[in-house]
Design a protein around this ligand. Structure first.
Ligand code: ASP
Length: 435
């Protein structure tokens, strides 16, 4: 059989980084603590390599979100269309989150992860209780008093609102502000080019982040909490394949497996960084290049999703609530479960797309039904691994909704989605590379 010599694509390289990082990290876990393991590797080389990559993508988030939303809104032009896209996106985000949390509560009630759990073995950990964010505050907080401060603080919702206004105004002004509109279009190109450069670091960055996590956490910590851990992972997988799989099929006729394969570069970055916001630059580019979603839609819906749509986080919160309730021997009533669905959906809106925040927001869910918040201490130790997985689900949710909305608006190029080769970063990667 004749086979052309193939260049290894970026996607394959990232996958290799992930797998090698996992093996290397697990190996390093067993090396006794000391200069070699801690100073040289974990807090030295691995930290440096991972942190450079992380900082490089974080550096892009604020300018990219701002520029891409202004550009997207200016291009959509028609304010009615923008409203329609916004309405559909919000409905999708809220409905899928409510499904996610219901699925989590249902499965956790069947599996009973906290039954027969010996509370005496549990560590007493001081838990930092998150400020609960009533809906009024969430809404009020969307309007920036000072847009520059919003940018320096990385307040995504405020940046989104400000950028939307500029975009809408630019399109209303039309020819009068043509140069400014063109400038934003060019700035957008510029940002995407830089994302491409940063992504060249991804395989090494992913390797370092994953090995560092496993070198310090190992898999041993999961031991006593295996049932809780397994339930969260199971529901995350079910939600990704069943919920997203069926809505994707229903609304677009497309297959979730292909979707996940094509979206893989973003998923791997989400997994290794545990930050939806941090992954945004990559999600935006992969959505356009590999999934065929027009920037007009994704530039607006993906930043919004990375900020308010956290299905994976809601799933963890649902399972954790049942787990903690069972550990404390509390029987939950139907109305308490309903309260959990509502508060977890709101908590997911208020959760920032950065590592670990989901766990802090869990305190708001527990408080809403009077379950001891200290219970969070039980699951803290293994949260990092779950955080990585739920972040991957969070960003898949954002992009599935985005694709559906884009298709409805005629802003989806199906031929790109169906292409065998990935176009991400201009590096061709055969689908077979990572099967
Ligand atoms: N790390 C998650 C995210 O960025 C949020 C969380 O659940 O902590 O999507």
């Amino acid at each position: 059989m004749k086979r052309e010599k193939k260049k290894i694509g970026l996607t394959t390289k990232i996958l290799l980084g992930l797998v090698i990082g996992f093996i290397f990290g697990c190996g390093l876990y067993f090396v006794p603590s000391g200069f070699l393991k801690d100073t040289l590797m974990v807090d030295g080389l691995l930290y440096l390599m991972g942190e450079v990559f992380l900082r490089a993508i974080k550096m892009l988030v604020v300018p990219l979100v701002f520029v891409s939303i202004v550009n997207g809104a200016a291009n959509i032009g028609d304010i009615k269309k923008l409203g329609r896209i916004g309405g559909r996106t919000l409905s999708f985000y809220i409905v899928t989150t409510a499904i996610a949390i219901s699925l989590a509560l249902g499965m956790a009630s069947i599996i009973d992860p906290g039954q027969n759990f010996d509370l005496s073995a549990a560590v007493e950990t001081e838990v930092e209780i998150g400020e609960s964010l009533p809906l009024v505050d969430v809404l009020l907080d969307m309007v920036p008093e000072n847009p520059i401060a919003a940018m320096t603080n990385g307040n995504m919702l405020q940046i989104i609102v400000f950028a939307l206004l500029i975009g809408v105004a630019l399109s209303a002004l039309g020819k009068k502000t043509k140069y400014v509109t063109d400038l934003f279009a060019q700035l957008n190109e510029l940002m995407m080019k830089i994302v491409g450069y940063v992504m060249l670091l991804a395989p090494i960055g992913v390797f370092a982040l994953i090995s560092r996590t496993f070198a310090s956490e190992g898999l041993g910590a999961i031991g006593p909490l295996i049932k809780y851990f397994g339930t969260v992972i199971l529901v995350l997988i079910m939600h990704a394949f069943l919920t997203y799989g069926s809505i994707l099929k229903l609304f677009t006729g497309l297959n979730i497996t292909t979707f996940i394969r094509k979206f893989f570069p973003a998923i791997s970055v989400g997994f290794s960084t545990a930050s939806s916001s941090g992954t945004l630059p990559v999600s935006l580019e992969v959505a356009e290049k590999n999934l065929g979603i027009s920037k007009n839609v994704s530039s607006f819906t993906l930043p919004l999703g990375a900020t308010i749509n956290m299905d994976g986080t809601a799933i963890m919160q649902g399972v954790a609530t049942i787990f903690i309730a069972q550990v404390y021997g509390i029987e939950l009533t139907f109305s308490q479960l309903l309260t959990v669905i509502i508060t977890a959906t709101l908590a997911s809106i208020g959760t920032a797309g950065v590592p670990g925040v989901g766990l802090i927001m869990l305190s708001m869910v527990l408080q809403s039904i009077n379950i001891p918040v200290e219970g969070i201490g039980l699951i803290m130790g293994i949260d990092r691994l779950l955080d990585m997985t739920r972040t991957a689900v969070n960003i898949v949710g954002d992009s599935v909704c985005t694709l559906i909305v884009a298709k409805k608006e005629g802003e989806f190029d199906e031929s790109k989605f169906r292409q065998k080769e990935n176009n991400f970063n201009g590096v061709a990667a055969s689908n077979l590379d990572y099967q």
